[in-house]
Design a protein around this ligand. Structure first.
Ligand code: NAD
Length: 318
């Protein structure tokens, strides 16, 4: 299908996909008549060289769409993030350049909620250790704790945080909630108590982070916040690593304040700094490689929503 322009000139919109995406997304864009180049391993230098040839860019977390990249993208009309957060995209700069930014908020909520609860149970029952030791031939019992009766502090009470709270309630947990916006109505529906951050940190046995950070926001948890926590607190992070000061976290794990850290997100993905590698390998840390949205269902929903939004911005929506 060809796009008609004011000058009676017809052209095919060109799309560059720079991260791995669901095949359904590629098929939908091609069926709509777009010329799609799929290069999910393209490096920064390569991308800077070719980006000026494209009308649309489809990215996930790996590709950073910053001011330098946007300044090279002379023909770009749309950046589509086939995912949830926009922290890897300089939305302000894109807006200045009249480049639309679209994404798929909410498409992976259920998948992330399930992973969060999985990490929570795994941390409480020390499942990673149990799996590894049993596979190594040591069929010996080890003990964990129940979540039932414990207090969960949910930091960031949006789509994922509020749904994690619902499941936690059914597990018999008491739920405390903190957010920067007024969430008393949602909290009441879920049966959570609203607290300020300090009280939440002091009272929780398990803390789960679900904040939607903006680019450049400072970490929410640093040494001062770790000092407020109960000894042995289980900390779960399926939001963004940058919500936590990693070096302060390592100290808090070593001193026993944080009893276990289970996370789906890392500061560098893959981790490369020495303190990151120390955290990654620490026996009281479990890490999954940013798989929160990595289910068949979530990927399909993300693909559908992203394709629809992108086609709409290119004037091809129904
Ligand atoms: P959401 O926008 O529905 O909720 C985020 C909440 O965080 C909002 O209520 C917001 O007010 C709150 N918030 C923002 N800054 C805060 C702060 N400094 N302190 C306290 N609260 C703050 O977002 P969501 O869909 O629930 O997603 C939550 C997080 O999960 C996001 O960071 C998102 O990027 C991340 N996420 C991760 C994966 C994954 O693969 N692990 C997948 C999807 C989403």
């Amino acid at each position: 299908m060809l796009a008609r322009h004011d000058s009676e000139h017809y052209e095919v919109h060109r799309v560059l996909v720079t991260d791995p995406v669901d095949q359904f997304l590629l098929d939908t864009l091609e069926k709509a008549g777009l010329s799609v180049d799929y290069n999910p391993t393209i490096g920064r230098e390569g991308l800077l060289k070719v980006v000026s040839n494209y009308d649309a860019l489809v990215v996930r977390s790996r590709t950073r769409v910053d001011a330098d990249l946007l300044s090279e993208a002379r023909r770009l009309k749309v950046v589509a993030r086939a995912g949830i957060g926009l922290d890897t995209i300089d939305v302000e700069e894109a807006t200045k350049r009249r480049i639309k930014v679209v994404y798929a908020p909410g498409a992976s909520t259920d998948s992330v909620v399930e992973l969060t609860i999985g990490l929570m149970i795994s941390a409480a029952r020390r499942l990673e250790d149990a799996f590894q030791r049993t596979k190594a031939g040591h069929f010996e019992k080890s003990s964990g704790i129940e979540l039932h009766g414990k207090t969960l502090g949910v930091v960031g009470f949006g789509r994922i945080g509020s749904k994690v709270s619902l499941v936690a309630k059914t597990l018999g947990m008491k739920v405390l909630a903190y957010d920067v916006i007024d969430l008393s109505h949602v909290a009441a529906t879920v049966g959570a108590q609203v607290k300020n951050l300090e009280d939440l940190l002091k009272l929780s046995d398990v803390i789960s982070l679900h904040v939607g950070l903006k680019r450049g926001d400072p970490p929410l948890l640093g040494s001062k916040e770790f000092e407020m926590m109960k000894r042995g607190t289980i900390l779960i992070n399926t939001s963004r690593a940058q919500a936590v000061d990693g070096i302060a976290l390592l100290e808090a794990i070593k001193s026993g304040i944080v009893g276990f850290y289970a996370t789906d997100v890392f500061w560098n993905e893959p981790p490369k700094e020495s303190w990151e590698l120390e955290l990654l390998r620490h026996p009281k840390v479990s890490v999954t490689p940013h798989i929160g949205a990595q289910t068949e269902e979530a990927q399909r929903r993300i693909a559908e929503i992203t394709a629809k939004a992108l086609l709409m911005e290119l004037g091809r929506g129904q």
